[in-house]
Design a protein around this ligand. Structure first.
Ligand SMILES: O=P(O)(O)OC[C@@H](O)[C@@H](O)c1c[nH]c2ccccc12
Length: 256
């Protein structure tokens, strides 16, 4: 699947146009994911569809969903901008960014400096970089470019091996462990538990995918996660903001 997606991206990049630059401020994802007063840090994702689940939410107004997430206490918003596989749109990101006060993460398959430039123009505060899609050196190049432009990166790994290979080159400030196996689409929180011990204390640790209930959040927090990235289980609720509130509950306790 990833190979197929990356082929599509190559075609997109060949005809990519950079929109007019977003003029507003940038916010730090890292700061929001470590802020006090919020016990369980949640990145809530705006995702209409996925390759494994098809359409997740028919009644899809991206801005309304994002505003609902924010009022429910989300610490950041992730926006799928991929059109072909996730029915996202880059315009959703800019629209959401203009109206929320929390950081906005661009969720896409970024493999080229042009897409980093595009993300900046769209107003992204942070972008996703996927280790499975990039050689560590190439990933570092895009990472540095994003930070030089005032954005941050969530660097996603799927296994201890991927993380080790990456950390031979550099240690990202924000590391995401994706619980979803990219070939089978099956999620298992064990991935977070197995990989968690390798994540250095100075990096923010985000557990991604397959989180449905407060007890899932509690489980990954026990494995050291500072935050979770949640899409599907929130998108399936009638009131996404209420769903964030319920998920955050009283279950996760930061040391500080
Ligand atoms: O819907 P879930 O299981 O809560 O997962 C959210 C998020 O982790 C998932 O959408 C995701 C993680 N990494 C990605 C990379 C590309 C597209 C999507 C993703």
């Amino acid at each position: 699947m990833l190979t197929k997606i990356l082929e599509t991206k190559k075609e997109e990049i060949a005809s990519l146009t950079i929109p007019d630059p977003y003029q507003g401020e940038r916010r730090s994802l890292k700061a929001y994911l470590t802020r006090r007063g919020s016990q369980a840090h949640v990145i809530a994702e705006v995702k209409k569809a996925s390759p494994s689940k098809g359409v997740i939410r028919e009644d899809f107004n991206p801005l309304e969903i994002a505003l609902s997430y924010e009022s429910g206490g989300a610490d950041a918003i992730s926006v799928l901008t991929d059109v072909t596989y996730f029915q996202g749109n880059r315009e959703y990101l800019t629209e959401i960014k203009k109206h929320v006060k929390i950081p906005v993460l661009r969720k896409d398959f970024i493999v080229d400096p042009l897409q980093v430039e595009e993300s900046e123009a769209l107003g992204a505060d942070a972008i996703l970089l996927i280790a499975a899609a990039l050689e560590p050196e190439k990933l570092k190049e895009l990472y540095d470019l994003a930070y030089n432009k005032g954005m941050e990166c969530l660097v996603e790994v799927h296994s201890s091996q991927e993380l080790e290979e990456l950390m031979n080159v550099f240690t990202p400030e924000i590391i995401g462990v994706n619980n979803r196996d990219l070939s089978t689409f099956v999620t298992s929180l064990e991935v977070t538990e197995k990989t968690g011990s390798l994540i250095p204390a100075e990096s923010v640790f985000v557990s991604e995918s397959g989180i449905h209930e407060p007890k899932d959040l509690e489980r990954v927090a026990k494995a050291g996660a500072n935050a979770v990235l949640v899409g599907e289980s929130l998108m399936r609720q009638r009131d996404p903001g209420e769903a964030v509130k319920r998920l955050k509950g009283e279950t996760l306790h930061d040391e500080d």
